[in-house]
Design a protein around this ligand. Structure first.
Ligand code: BZD
Length: 820
């Protein structure tokens, strides 16, 4: 596979091959003859970093010396995906790489495959952070991503014989990580525990233990911008303090326990993506990276000055809180300003409120973080005092703004009563300058429901920034075929920097020749995915069938159950002869999903999908008509293969539950049609691509609310739709569990008695829309016309546009000046 890039770098392939040889020799100590693909990968990565070094240093210098406010993106997750091809693309070395590796006698794909994908995120939130730092660099905006370098990323998913999810540790650092540079000299001390005492009229924190935060720096090269930003991920290490041994501890092993504990802080990414577990270690992680990052930013902008003027801090950098995970940074900055730099409360408050902004990524109440005050008090006693004071100040402020006492009570940051707790979303909404949701509908629901009281009192804080995705990774790298066709169609490759240019493809949707070329690209991508699925998973996929994909975390609200029940009903229709085999549109239904390890019903749904897949596969009656596959361990690499190969994208969450979704954007940009509810960014995608080019079904947010109010009874829907009844009965009667009726009993019982996300209520509408989908699919020319219209009208969903919106609405800054 070759990728056509205008080589920006003047380096020739032969020179690049020499650079790789040089790294092999002087960095790794291997000869080209001894080298394995993994060595070539490390050598190439090292050489690429050197190419980026000048730009990286210059970007930092320009940021520090200039007057452009920087952005600090504080996020517990950065789901970066593999780096090599992206770094080559952005440094203009792609062609040289392919040629050089060939000259060295290696297979480029093997070299690319040698990179282990870092899984430092759960899903959408973490991937969004990665897209955003790519766009910040590509727009030339000075920025830091700040997070944690977890030793173990999101678990590696396997399936056992029974089709159940098994979680394996993801030790992604077993091999060398050539992209991360450990900077021991720029470490930070992060304190924990202990007590606060009164000394000379001041509150003084006497911590009990400390952790050393060491930054690991990753370069974030912009595309065609000449700028390289930094992703700084902190690693927790212990301090080698010998007094631990003399601290009344006779046992060596006891004495080193605190050190072991210190290193635990960055050991593992929490795999829960929507339910907060309230674990101490999680709060330690949050404080660890928030504290280290804030201190780091002060160091970056003020050096070692003893008495810096920190009233200018909000002019140097603005911090975006990626959900509530870094919100403990708010009391931390207050503490730093007051305790470490001697500012008074009001000045500190003024600086702090100007510094932070908050993005909310959810609508699920259980996902809004709440910490027991007792836990905060134990771990961060000084911060609890500060939070109490913030809450007092807030209550006082509210009394001046409203007479509604019930409302004031509802808005407490620190709840009243016996076991008070701290609501992090409220703290962020009060202390942050701006609060935003991640799609129009989501931001509206935040204002109307989740954070209503706050938006009533502080309407000006609330804004929307609709999510976006980077076209570099998710079009150029993932879909070289379509990228080349777009460039051909538009006569320029500038669309990769200005995605709205895709709009000019619109007329080509009426050009049958172009449509056929587009269809060919899609078909080739399906073949490519089928080959990949064969070698990676042993699946046999037929690329002439419709590729129908649902990839996202496994969660009840996302409703993978709706999809699998429809598959089961279709299977039953074929088996019973209700639908003639020759009338069935052959489909390959592809799932990709990880479930949180403790999420019982989600894991059971995985098991069901796997067993439905197995039963269907073993049934000659449906052979060639229906197939279900569930590639395990869905990750960015699989996404990059699968999205370009997909024809039908499933975005079928219950309306009012999915904050935005971002795979929906990737699919539309890669020419899939979406079947979806009016939820999250689906609403905006449909508006842009046109109602005729989007398969809408299901209840709206209002209808959902009404149904909750009228005491929703899922059993009625079960009784009313015979297809649904048959499907559920088959799950219950053991068809997918070797006759065992117990296996899925909890799932069946949940559907029939609770069904909180109304899968059953939307089932009939979902089936009806699937019939329309099949009718259209029969006319391939029409289908592909609509797919092209999706591509042409999705330019808005570039993360470059999201970042521009943040710059205008939230951060009030822009790119560094360019020298021309
Ligand atoms: O954030 C997701 C939302 O569910 C999506 O709708 C949205 O598109 C993306 C990006 O805005 N939220 C998450 O991915 N949330 C988490 O991953 C998460 C992780 C840890 C704790 C809580 C939530």
């Amino acid at each position: 596979m070759t990728e056509l890039t205008a080589p920006k770098s003047s380096v020739t392939a032969a020179q690049f091959a020499d650079e790789i040889r040089n790294e092999l020799k002087y960095t790794q100590g291997v000869t080209p003859e001894q080298a394995k693909p993994a060595d070539i990968y490390v050598a190439t990565a090292t050489a690429v970093r050197k190419h980026l070094m000048d730009s990286w240093m210059k970007t930092q210098q320009d940021m520090i010396n200039g007057n452009t406010k920087a952005v600090g993106y504080l996020s517990a997750e950065f789901l970066m995906g593999k780096q090599l091809r992206n770094a080559l693309l952005n440094s203009g070395l792609t062609d040289q790489f392919y040629a050089a590796v060939k000259e060295l006698g290696f297979d480029a794909q093997e070299v690319i495959d040698a990179e282990y994908e870092p899984g430092l995120g759960n899903g959408g939130l973490g991937r969004l952070a990665a897209c955003f730092i790519d766009s910040l660099a590509s727009l030339g905006v000075p920025a830091f991503g700040y997070g944690i370098q977890y030793r173990y990323g999101i678990f590696r998913q396997e399936f056992d014989e029974e089709g159940r999810q098994v979680e394996r540790p993801d030790y992604w650092l077993t091999n060398e990580d050539p992209w991360g540079h450990i900077d021991y000299a720029r470490d930070q001390r992060v304190n924990f525990g202990g007590e606060v005492v009164e000394e000379a009229g001041k509150r003084v924190w006497k911590p009990a233990w400390a952790v050393r935060a060491i930054p690991v720096d990753y370069m974030v090269p912009g595309y065609e911008s000449g700028r390289v930003n930094t992703l700084r991920l902190w690693q927790a290490r212990s301090y080698d303090e010998f007094d631990l041994l003399t601290f009344n501890k006779s046992e060596y092993l006891d004495a080193v326990k605190p050190q072991v504990k210190a290193e635990d802080i960055s050991k593992i990414l929490y795999p829960e993506d929507s339910t907060e577990v309230g674990k101490e270690l999680r709060l330690e992680q949050q404080y660890f990276f928030a504290s280290a990052s804030l201190h780091d930013a002060i160091r970056v902008f003020y050096g070692d000055a003893e008495k810096p003027d920190l009233t200018t801090f909000p002019d140097k950098i603005t911090f975006q809180l990626n959900d509530t995970h870094p919100v403990i940074g708010i009391p931390e900055l207050m503490r730093i300003l007051i305790d470490e730099y001697g500012y008074d409360w009001d000045t500190a408050w003024d600086i702090t409120t100007k510094t932070f902004n908050y993005t909310c990524h959810t609508l699920l109440p259980e996902a809004l973080e709440v910490w027991p005050a007792s836990l905060i008090g134990k771990l961060l006693p000084r911060h609890l005092e500060i939070i109490e004071k913030i809450n007092d100040q807030f209550m006082h402020e509210l009394e001046g703004l409203t007479d509604d006492e019930a409302k004031i009570e509802r808005m407490r940051i620190l709840t009243a009563g016996e076991n008070p707790s701290v609501r992090m979303a409220y703290l962020a909404s009060y202390a942050g300058s701006h609060v935003n949701g991640v799609a129009e509908l989501h931001s509206q629901l935040l204002k109307d429901v989740t954070l209503r009281d706050f938006s009533d009192i502080y309407p000006a804080k609330f804004t929307n920034v609709t999510n976006g995705v980077t076209p570099r990774r998710f079009m150029k790298l993932a879909n070289p075929g379509l990228s080349a066709l777009i460039t051909e169609g538009l006569g320029t490759d500038k669309w990769l920097e200005d995605l709205e240019l895709l709009k000019n493809l619109e007329p080509l949707a009426q050009d049958d020749e172009f449509v056929k070329k587009f269809a060919k690209v899609k078909y080739d991508n399906k073949v490519r995915f089928a080959d990949f699925a064969k070698s990676e998973y042993g699946f046999k996929l037929d690329p002439t069938t419709m590729f129908d994909t649902m990839i996202k975390r496994l969660h009840e609200y996302k409703r993978q159950a709706l999809k699998i029940l429809e598959v089961i009903a279709t299977y039953a229709d074929i088996k019973s002869g209700k639908v003639k085999v020759e009338d069935v549109t052959p489909r390959t239904v592809i799932f990709g999903a990880k479930a949180a390890p403790g999420y019982y019903l989600a894991k059971m749904t995985i098991q069901l999908i796997n067993n439905v897949a197995k039963v269907i596969d073993n049934d000659p009656d449906v052979m060639g008509k229906l197939k279900v596959v569930f590639p395990w361990n869905y990750n960015i690499r699989v996404a990059q293969m699968l999205i370009p190969a997909t024809e039908l994208d499933e975005q079928i969450s219950q309306a009012g539950k999915e904050a935005s979704g971002t795979s929906n954007m990737k699919f539309a940009l890669n020419g899939a049609l979406t079947v979806g509810t009016l939820d999250g960014a689906n609403v905006e995608i449909r508006e842009r691509v046109g109602a005729d080019n989007f398969f809408l079904f299901g209840m709206t947010v209002d209808e959902v609310d009404k149904m909750y109010e009228s005491n929703y009874d899922p059993a009625k829907f079960y009784e009313a739709d015979p297809r649904l009844k048959t499907a559920i009965d088959m799950v219950a009667d053991g068809t997918f569990s070797n006759g065992d009726k117990e296996t899925y009993a909890p799932l069946v019982s949940d559907w029939l008695t609770k069904d909180w996300f109304m899968t059953l209520a939307d089932f009939t509408a979902y089936h009806d829309i699937q019939s329309q989908i099949e009718t259209l699919y029969a006319d391939q020319l029409e289908w592909n016309r609509k797919a092209i219209l999706n591509v042409a009208n999705s330019g808005y969903f570039s993360s470059d546009r999201s970042i521009e919106d943040y710059l205008d609405r939230v951060w009030m800054t822009g790119p560094l000046p360019t020298e021309k």
